[in-house]
Structure formats: structure tokens, C-alpha cells
Ligand binder design. Structure first.
Ligand code: XIL
Length: 373
């Protein structure tokens, strides 16, 4: 089908929606939507994997949102459905319904599925918190990992095995956070969880995931402690394949590119891949117009991704949500009262400057072998 000059002009104007290749294809091809470049395609063109987290309730309530996830994402991550609080209503039962809905969404899109999360100190059901006896806790952990990893055995791209286990402020010499898991099982719980996950699903990539690594006065200490942890794990022969850097960014953040590069070098020197696992940008520092906030979010993404994606070990980018309508930041005290502009799409599912920045960063990244992730 031929596209009229006027329509073509308008489409070309909407450069935020189109890569050059997509724009060029429009002159010969059919519906604009079919040739519009997606984030998934931009990533794949460089051997990267892009996707987003989501919540089954939102997907079920909004078919247009589900369609957007299917089109834009090469990997889908359940934001909450695999956490103990959702998956484990009782000590003896598993409720995979929410996660399975999102697995079906991924399947329909021919996208990968990423598991979040097996061990975390939050989103724990009361019955679990009440366990005191280390042997009971150990056996609950073993049963949980065997069942969760077993359920998706051979079908999971990767699992966040342990999340946010490092918190130097707690004052321990090993930098570990004082949590239920640490108190009940001792510091060996981390290695134990990885070994259990590897046994239950030998084909999933196993990640340690953490926050506080990207910016701020505490990032230096956090990076050092995380590095010591993953070094120890690798040294002990624990099956760990990737570091997830959450990347909950903020406009106006003090981002130290050289320090970050050095950290990425150290992590990849241990043989680990790097996943940007929960990317979003809180725009609370900008009091101005929506345009100013969007520009700030886009600039923050560009500056950050330029550094992270230049590193050959970075293989996966996951945004924590896809549309501002469903970002978790709207539910936290930080975002309260003023909807945030954290993600690639706005409330009405229209792409924003954040989309353009993300697409450009993905498409402009040095190419790498797709098998790296
Ligand atoms: C968040 C979810 O997005 C929210 O819906 C939920 O209420 C709280 O948890 N770091 C993590 C994620 O590792 O699991 C968190 O997800 C966001 C911070």
C-alpha cells in the first residue's frame, strides 16, 4: 500500500515512534503499526534483550496495555506474582495463577520469561515470618525453590535468586543485611539458595539482584559490598551467572560514570553478565511542567544507559513497568500526590521522550552476540 506524501510527512515527523529503518519501510509497506520499530526490536538489533515487569491484574483489566507489552517486550517479568506473599498463601500451597497468566502473555508474544524473586526480606507471608526453627526455615526454602523453579523448569530465561541481601548500614563486616533469612540460616543462605535453584532448573540464568548501586553517597559502599559477595560466591563455585542492577534512578542524581564503569569491569571480570533489572526514573526533583519533567527523565536515561550499554557484559534491560499508569512509584510516599513520569509510555499508553531515549540507547549500543544473555 502506498502512503500519501502528507501522511508520510506526519509519520516522519513522529520520529519518536520510528527508527530510520521503520520510516524508510513505510514508503512501501502496509499499516504503519506493522513497521513501527519497537523497543524489543531496537534491543534485538544489538544482541540485547529488552522487556518490562507487569502485574497480572493490570494486564487483565486493560487489553491495550497487554497488547503494548506483547509488542514492545522481548522478556516479561512478573513484578509481584512470584514473591512469596503472592505465591505461598499457606505453608503447603502454591498459587501460580497470576504468574502463569503472565507466562501465557510472554508465550503469546514469543517473549522470554524472567522470575522475580526467590529470596527477599520483603513480601513475606506471616506464616513464614513466624517460623523460628532453622531446620523448618531451611526446609521451607528448599520446598519453595524446588517448586517455583520446577514449575517453570526449562522455560525460564533467568531467576532473581536473592534480592537486596547487601546493606552495609546494618554494620556487619560482610556487608550483609540483617534479615529473617540471615538470622535463621546464617550468611550461607545465599549460596544455598543458588544451589537449590540450579538443581531445580539447570537452564535458567541465576542472578543476584540489588539496589543502591547506581548513584548517591552510599553507592560506593554498596558496590564494594556487592562485589565482595559475588566474588565470594564465584570463589566458592556457587552457580551464579548475572548481577541484576535494579536502576531505580532519579532526575538530578549524581551519577559517576567512571566509578560505574570500573564496577562493571570488576563484575564482568568475575564472569558475570549484567542485567539492568528494574529501570525507572523518579522525576521528583523537577518541579516544572510535564515537558520539563519528561526531558529530565529522558536525559537521565540517556546518560545512564550510554554508560551501562557501552559495556559488553550488559545483556538485558528491564524497565519496572511500561506505562506511567501502572508504575509502583505512584504508590510509594515519594510519588504521592503527583503522578510520576518514570516510564517509556504515559498514562494513555502514548510513547514519551523516555521511549525515544531508551530506543536510541538500545539501537545505538555496540552490538554483541545475542547468546551472551
Ligand atoms: C515492588 C512492586 O513493583 C510493587 O507493586 C510492590 O508493591 C512492592 O514491590 N525492588 C524490587 C521489586 O526488587 O520487587 C519492587 O517491586 C521494587 C523495588
Amino acid at each position: 500500500m502506498k502512503v500519501s506524501r502528507r501522511v508520510m510527512g506526519r509519520l516522519l515527523h513522529r520520529r519518536d515512534l520510528l527508527g530510520f529503518a521503520g520510516a524508510a519501510m513505510l514508503s512501501f509497506s502496509c499499516p504503519a503499526a506493522a513497521s513501527t520499530r519497537t523497543l524489543r526490536q531496537a534491543a534485538a538489533s544489538r544482541g540485547l534483550l529488552y522487556g518490562a515487569s507487569c502485574v497480572s491484574r493490570d494486564v487483565a483489566a486493560n487489553p491495550a496495555y497487554a497488547e503494548l507489552l506483547r509488542r514492545q517486550c522481548g522478556v516479561i517479568v512478573p513484578a509481584n506474582a512470584l514473591k512469596w506473599a503472592a505465591l505461598r498463601p499457606t505453608p503447603t500451597t502454591f498459587d501460580f495463577s497470576g504468574a502463569d497468566e503472565l507466562f501465557a502473555l510472554a508465550r503469546a508474544a514469543d517473549a522470554k520469561f524472567r522470575g522475580h524473586v526467590l529470596v527477599w526480606h520483603e513480601a513475606m507471608p506471616d506464616w513464614l515470618r513466624q517460623l523460628r526453627d532453622p531446620e523448618e526455615v531451611r526446609s521451607a526454602l528448599g520446598a519453595h525453590i524446588a517448586a517455583a523453579c520446577g514449575h517453570y523448569r526449562g522455560r525460564m530465561h533467568s531467576w532473581d535468586v536473592v534480592n537486596e541481601a547487601v546493606f552495609p548500614d546494618d554494620g556487619r563486616s560482610d556487608g550483609l543485611r540483617e534479615t529473617f533469612w540471615l538470622r535463621r540460616l546464617g550468611p550461607g543462605y545465599i549460596a544455598e539458595a543458588f544451589r537449590l535453584a540450579a538443581a531445580a532448573d539447570p537452564s535458567a540464568l541465576l542472578c543476584y539482584n540489588d539496589d543502591g548501586l547506581s548513584f548517591g553517597p552510599k553507592a560506593v559502599g554498596q558496590r564494594a559490598a556487592v562485589l565482595r559477595l559475588v566474588e565470594r560466591l564465584r570463589g566458592d563455585g556457587v552457580p551464579i551467572h548475572a548481577l541484576g542492577i535494579q536502576s531505580h534512578l532519579e532526575t538530578g542524581m549524581d551519577f559517576r560514570a567512571a566509578e560505574m564503569r570500573a564496577f562493571l569491569d570488576e563484575v564482568s571480570g568475575l564472569g558475570l553478565s549484567i542485567f539492568i533489572s528494574e529501570l525507572d526514573v523518579f522525576d521528583g526533583s523537577i518541579r516544572g511542567s510535564v515537558e520539563a519533567r519528561d526531558a529530565g527523565v529522558a536525559a537521565t536515561l540517556s546518560a545512564y544507559l550510554d554508560v551501562l550499554l557501552a559495556h559488553p557484559a550488559t545483556s538485558v534491560v528491564v524497565t519496572w513497568g511500561l506505562s506511567d499508569r501502572y508504575t509502583w512509584l505512584n504508590d510509594t510516599p515519594r510519588g504521592r500526590g503527583r503522578p510520576v513520569r518514570a516510564l517509556p509510555y504515559d498514562d494513555a499508553l502514548a510513547p514519551k521522550p523516555a521511549w525515544t531515549a531508551l530506543e536510541a540507547a538500545l539501537a545505538g549500543a555496540p552490538g554483541r552476540a545475542a547468546s551472551d544473555h
